[in-house]
Design a protein around this ligand. Sequence first.
Ligand code: 5RP
Length: 255
Amino acid sequence: MMRGAPPARNVDEVEALKREAGIAACSFVSSGMRLGLGTGSTVRYTILEIGRRIAEEALEVIGVPTSEATRHLAEGLGIPLLSLEEAGELDLTIDGADEFDPDFQLIKGGGGALTREKRVAASSRAMVVVADDSKQVPVLGGFDLPLEVGTDDWERVRDELDTICPGPVSLRRGIYRLEDMKLPLEPYPYLTDNGGYILDCEFGPTIFEPDQLEQLILSVEGVVEVGLFVGMCDAVVMATPSEVLTMVKQGGRLD
Ligand code: 5RP
């Protein structure tokens, strides 16, 4: 997938930044909260820290996982979980992002969990994103925009998206769901937790009006969800090599 000019860093350095951001975001967490638990390698550190605080500091929270991977992780850590239907409104969701822009608009779905992630974020009173500084961009779209589509008519949806997206629209291939891991990996389309496919759309850094693009894409029959998150994120906890910055959106729900 294409991403705009990442800083030259080795894997260990990036992992350290993810860890710092993920843990720092736990300053937003307190006992009694119902929390949306995001998906990905950065928010994984948030979830590990929440598990540690439950075990060592008697933190009392209930989590709503945004994917089966997160559910497995949280269960293993002893974090009490509910489904979104059971939990109702949530106090806060903490999640990763593939890109965020100066208006706190996001591209998500690199991990394929965008549909549940968006439902959980939409049910939350606030959303905090955890990220290393490679995710900060002036304009969204350097990271290929993911869409979830049904498996029956994905080719028609792809052809329609070809008329909207300036670059290629590709069916994501790769790892199956956990229970299907025994199958050969590469030739098969990636299957989401909802049993859908993902189309990755190469817009390039051209998404100046993500709200309009979101509506346009959602109007295409067969699109289940699009990985543009507009007006949902209230703060970003971003780790750089020198510091961890908490950027709160002016006029947002955490301002
Ligand atoms: C999953 C997501 C992830 O939050 C996003 O891909 C960022 O993941 P990571 O922290 O591993 O870079 O949207 O669907």
